[in-house]
Design a binder for this molecule. Sequence first.
Ligand code: MOS
Length: 746
Amino acid sequence: MGKELFNPGEKDALDRVDGRQKVTGAAKYSAEYQLPNLAYGVLVSSSIAKGTIKSIDTKAAERAPGVVGVISHVNSIKVPGFADNEHPTEPPTGGRPLRAFYDNRVYFNGQPVAIVVADTLERAQYGASLVKVAYVKEQHTTDFNANTGKAVLPAQAKKNPKSSLNDYDRGQPDGYKTAPVKIEAEYHHPSEMHNPMELQSITAVWEADDKLTVYDKVQGTKPTQRAFATEWKIPVENVKVISKFVGGAFGNGLHNWPHETAAIIAAKQLKRPVKVAITREQMFTMVGYRPQTHQKIGIGATPDGKLVGITHESVGQTSTYEEFTESVLQQTRMMYTSPNLSTRYRLLPLDVSTPIWMRGPGEATGAFALESAMDELAHVLNIDPIEFRLKNYTEKDPDNNLPWSTKYLKECYQMGAERIGWNKRRMQPGTLKEGDWLVGYGMGVGTFGAHRGGATVRAKLHADGRLVMQCAVTDIGPGTGTAMVQIASTTLGIEPSQIVFELGHSDYPMFGNQGGSSTVNSVGSAVQAACNSLKQKLKDLASAKNASLTTADPKNISIKNGQLTITDNSLNVALADFFKQNNLQEMEVTEESKPGQEANKYSKYSFSVHFAEVHVHPKTGQVRVKKVVTGADAGTIISWKTAANQMIGGVTGGIGMALQEDAFMDHRFGRYVTKDFAEYHVPVHADVPHIDVFFVDKPDYIVDPIGTKGLGEIAIIGVAPAIANAIFNATGKRIRELPITADKLI
Ligand code: MOS
């Protein structure tokens, strides 16, 4: 069962195909394109949370050395799409994304209100410091906790009665109340910022009056291309989006933001390329975040541990101008057998910037409450938390009564429990010690839909045996190129060193966003389709010349060391000679791959289980995560090293969520106090123990033909509750408000 994760270099897994480029600095990120006549833009942001701009004094900035322009709502060219009522960009948000420099309204503290463009970055920064903005202030509301009672059903749910955001009941509404054993608890986590290492940046160039090129940090080149074409009312093919390398994103590149439009406006108005890289402080207000959320759970069971009912309610924050929703409650509906189940989702619009998907969006939030509550009830029932989950294990999806495409969650429990040493865990909290330290074990489950979208890949086979593929997909860090090279190599036999996967350009064949753990499922399937199409073409050519090959199975075609072979018919010829015989320079195919109807008969999810061992000092409240075991049922694992990297990264994010991350706002000003890494804490090496990764590695051919299910999100979903549960097991203290800082434990 399962496959041991090798030590890097021990087995045959690929190193990252672009690893050398990344560590040597050869990889070019969107702020690193040096174009002729390039100018630098620096954004001036609002210092009030709500109101209007009375006046902007830009005279000193305009006179400052090197400044070539100062643009605000006063003098900005009009973006044609801004006047439309329709939504100019892509989901996930409803409402209207902020329009840069459109009018004098201020919606949140930190909103871009002007851009100063100069011939150097430093001169633009100096110029920006000279801009003086006068406001008419209005009373703002930014305090989430003081206003949760005012939360409303999202407009997206009101508009669509079928939306899963609507109130939901299975069995008896609030049926948990009838259970012999029940608990009710409230959980909270603050807003969390993605804060990837790379700052959001864009370099915008108008090649002609209606032709735009952007080097932009995004998660989808095609969706961004469509968004800007709509915004500027120019043909889609006139917009080029180049995003070759992305230094982490975690979701904040799934939406287009005002700094991008600001750069595009400036480039058009000043008739020269403009680069904007926002500051770390601006990363807290301009590019989305995981919205703070307040959840209530009522959960009840029989004394022997059969769930009777769960009611799960969630209130999240959004902005006043745009409505961001996420599926906080979905996993509660499908994870356990509960005859009675109710969910209610609400949003509280505040005078803040718009949140956006952040790794494990919705589910990471919901799992904190659900998996904590499961642990709390198991404790009350005096049942082992794994046993409690097994007693309520579902063999089909209780939300829609469909069979699972595959589900190996039991295997995950078993493998993980063994690896963490679950038998050392004491049922009675606070009873296991190591020296002065209290020791505890906890676990949490994660799940995320195994999504797949349409994708198209072009593949060109050269006479010397090299294969070059192209797709518009981006790689925000998981190692997409590496996985695609692996799939092509497995399918065709070509050595990985002879395969190149080109990505991150909107001119390449179609793919949408790298998001929702769907890239390998979608693009990987298209890579396989393109490689299979090459095999078919090779076979057709071979059998045209040699009738005995007519019955050959294209499956048995392989290209190795430049030799083309058909194993069952013993064709063995140098590919170069074969191409020459057929008057070919190269062979090119373009294949689209998309999910079929059959998949709709199943419920498709990836699953993960995370186990944590924590040590807590009873006097100081210090928490040390000593060991984490993390495992996934994510279908076939294509690329073992990068897949393990994903899990390690997700767990690290989960440790931050559990113990450190806290976007703290001063509500007098509606402004974040935490605006850099000194104040906003994320895990450093010393905070992260050895993370032991395992995969079940069993294929799911219902999700896609390569058997994968996706793992980017499940890597973090369920980690925070695993740590919170371990802290309870160590101390007997149940902390329901993240992050679990030392002060909450003493
Ligand atoms: Mo992910 S939140 O879909 O980048």
